[in-house]
Design a binder for this molecule. Sequence first.
Ligand SMILES: [Mg+2]
Ligand SMILES: [Zn+2]
Length: 191
Amino acid sequence: MDKVVFMDRDGTINVEKNYLYRPEELTFIPGAEAAIKRLNDSGYKVVVVTNQAGVARGYYSEDDVRKLHGFMQEELKKSGAHIDRFFYCPHHPVHGKGKYLCSCNCRKPDIGMFKQAEEIFDIDITNSWMIGDNKGDIEAGIRYGVTTILVGTGYGKKIMEEKNVRYDYYKNNLADAVDFILMRNGDRCEK
Ligand SMILES: [Mg+2]
Ligand SMILES: [Zn+2]
């Protein structure tokens, strides 16, 4: 079965910038690329699940999202890292335009993107994780049944201080979260 680390994108892997879609504005959070590589080397599948309401709002297109993901993948490759699969939700229940205006089941905190991942991976839920910087990430992870880690980058520190979200663990950033996962499962890759 596949052990999967689901992770949010903006504020978790890359610096949160409102409605990021231009490749030249992508900035990785320090240590993120190496952390993803440690997961790759340790046999975890790395799956990005990201709400992209900017598509719904008409700020950028699905094609822009896919191009950015392709660019991220190329940048990660320089560190020997890769994302196994990207899933994004382009909808919004209130601010969406045209076909993107809908109450979908993929927008976190719903778990539709996790269910889409089940079509590709044989997910070992009890040994899988969700890492994110926002309430919806944690709620989705809890609903899906994986162990959740709130990271202190992006909105995470503020969310932690507000103390109104229940998460399993809090770590300063993606790198610390990944170290924790690998140490806890005793499957740290020594290569
Ligand atoms: Mg985020
Ligand atoms: Zn959706």
